[in-house]
Design a protein around this ligand. Sequence first.
Ligand code: GLC
Length: 423
Amino acid sequence: MSLEREAIRILRANDRGGFTIPTAGLYPFQWLWDAGFSALGWMKFDEARAWQEFERLFEGQWANGMLPHIVFHRPEATYFPGPDRWGTRHTPPTSGITQPPVVASFVRMMLEQAEDQTLAQTKARALYPKILAYHRWFKRERDPANTGLTNTFHPWETGADNSPAWDEALARVPVDPTLPPYTRRDTSHVDPSQRPHQAEYDRYLSLLEVYKRCDYDQLRLHRECPFRVVSLIIDCVLHRANRDLAWLSARFGFGDEAEIAGWLEASQGAIEALWDEEAGLYYNYDRVQDAPIRVGTSASFLPLYAGTSSPPRAERLVRTLESWAEQVRYLVPSTDPGHPSYEPQRYWRGPVWAIMNYLIAQGFAEYGYPEAAERIHQDTLKLAELSGFSEYYHPTTGAGLGGGEFSWTAAMALWWEVSPWAH
Ligand code: GLC
């Protein structure tokens, strides 16, 4: 079966009625940024269904604008922590944290590429005020001091759950002595050597107890949450999303461009302050220690996707990518392969993720490095050919790891193969 047909089969199999689960068993609900990538995939063979993905996602939006990272559309026993553990008050039930805000950018891409322009304009126009409310929430509640960067309160929000970038910050999170007992479900679906350690899980869940005690009041979390970082994935994705939101505002005549331009001015300089000249890449930042987190990750390339980098910095990033390419067979490993924390099979500590590859490659292409972009694209396709549409891949052997038949990996093959550099 061709890659394209197999990808369509997977998205259809993971469709639960207007929303796409990442993969059966391991992740049986709708996830925020997965929904964005899945929508891009659907766009290639069913445009109406693609727009519906976002409509279902926004069913989870909170009254304050926050878009949660999981919408529990209907009960499923195969996942933990479910709605009871989060204890949020929303119908349908949701988690209480967010995830990389890809939506505005993907809505713009979909609108620009849609064959059915009438449908696309109706859908994008209707989504616009909801996305704006979400971005206003980010600004108001995650960057109240207007630093230009947002505070992130959980490794799960970054999308890169157990990245070595969060090790030290997470290790400082006290394990809650009253933590209610729990049974992990992830390790019954996937080999534990490919998943986070137990010590990390205890802290992930201790953080949930902090949120509940703060009643999900973000302004309290800035003071009381022991885990506070700046995540390059969140802030770079948000910067680009704000550019695209301003574009949508102008396109439909909503008139919010000046407000959004103010956010962009702040984040432009603040993202660039995360550059490290000696390392030749960008670092995440620990807000508790007030210090950069000196671990190169695949997110270290995302200021290209944001569009904040200067040309000399883009050039340095190409060199950094080349030095990583000498150490692995397939790009882009999620952690610098020369770093002592690199683990090529464990989740966000080394494996290659197709969706990160797409964002990174797009950045390189836009900065005028089509060879780097195409190398990443080809590696992504080779991995899918070799090992199917896995959740993530071993950067040296190319083995498929984590969950199988994975929606966003399949979606990338569709969206990226048919129209590589149209954006
Ligand atoms: C894991 C990933 C996260 C993703 C989710 C669903 O938690 O780290 O990025 O959104 O699974 O696929």
